[in-house]
Design a protein around this ligand. Structure first.
Ligand SMILES: [Fe+2]
Length: 244
């Protein structure tokens, strides 16, 4: 989402209006739960931004939850979203029951999955005996997006993969962070990256280049038969008129 403080320069993109557009899409979908998959704030965690975002979500009257990204402060985020009881020290990771399935929400704000969290994850997975869904901001795999893979990938990916690959069932993992729409299948993992509500980047290049300004969210359906359906919904993004 990358919501900046009011009046802050966001390089020509109206991030607040983009977020409100997505909120309207969510209203029309009327889901059971909204998941904000991190990088709520533009650069660093800012309390007024979390409160602004939360006020829009409260207005929807649809349950919501959040995880942190590398541009968030997980403690500030958890407090603003009233999920601070889920904090483990300075990390926000937890599980929830959705449609009778256990869904795991991981913490990668610090660019890694910490040792403590890996122990928790191993233990949680050991108690699950069917395919499982995970939300985490950073993808736990190399995604074929050279700019992000080379500069901003999860730092302890090998250790995380060791835990995930050892799970004897399938894992569907929903991520953000990369500003692209992509799906990567590796061993027992299907990793879906959802586009940003800021801008999308060109996934062919080593260097940074904006690909387009359409914004997206992902509709996910956890079906009773265990299947996981998901579709990205795009809209036009809003640029701030030059000179204004
Ligand atoms: Fe990120």
């Amino acid at each position: 989402m990358h919501i900046a403080a009011e009046g802050e320069n966001t390089f020509g993109v109206d991030v607040r209006q983009n977020f409100q557009k997505i909120i309207n899409t969510i209203r029309s979908l009327s889901p059971d739960l909204v998941v904000l998959s991190g990088d709520i704030c533009f650069d660093v965690g800012e309390e007024p931004v979390y409160h602004w975002v939360r006020s829009h979500l409260d207005f929807l009257k649809i349950p919501y939850t959040a995880i942190g990204g590398n541009h968030d402060d997980p403690v500030m985020l958890a407090k603003a979203f009233h999920i601070d009881h889920q904090l483990q020290g300075k990390e926000l990771y937890y599980k929830r029951q959705l449609n009778g399935q256990t869904v795991l929400f991981l913490e990668t704000s610090y660019g890694v999955v910490s040792e403590n969290q890996l122990t928790w994850l191993k233990n949680e997975l050991a108690h699950l005996d069917s395919d499982t869904v995970i939300f985490m901001h950073h993808p736990p795999v190399i995604c074929g997006v050279p700019f992000m893979d080379n500069n901003h990938a999860l730092r302890n990916m090998d250790k995380v993969q060791e835990v995930l690959f050892n799970f004897p069932h399938h894992l569907t993992i929903f991520c953000g962070h990369y500003h692209v729409e992509k799906t990567i299948c590796l061993h027992n993992l299907t990793v879906h990256i959802t586009p940003s509500t800021y801008f999308q980047i060109d996934w062919h290049l080593e260097g940074f280049k904006i690909d387009h300004y359409r914004i997206g969210c992902r509709e996910i359906n956890l079906r009773k038969d265990g299947a996981v359906e998901s579709t990205v919904i795009y809209q036009e993004g809003n640029l701030i008129a030059s000179g204004s």
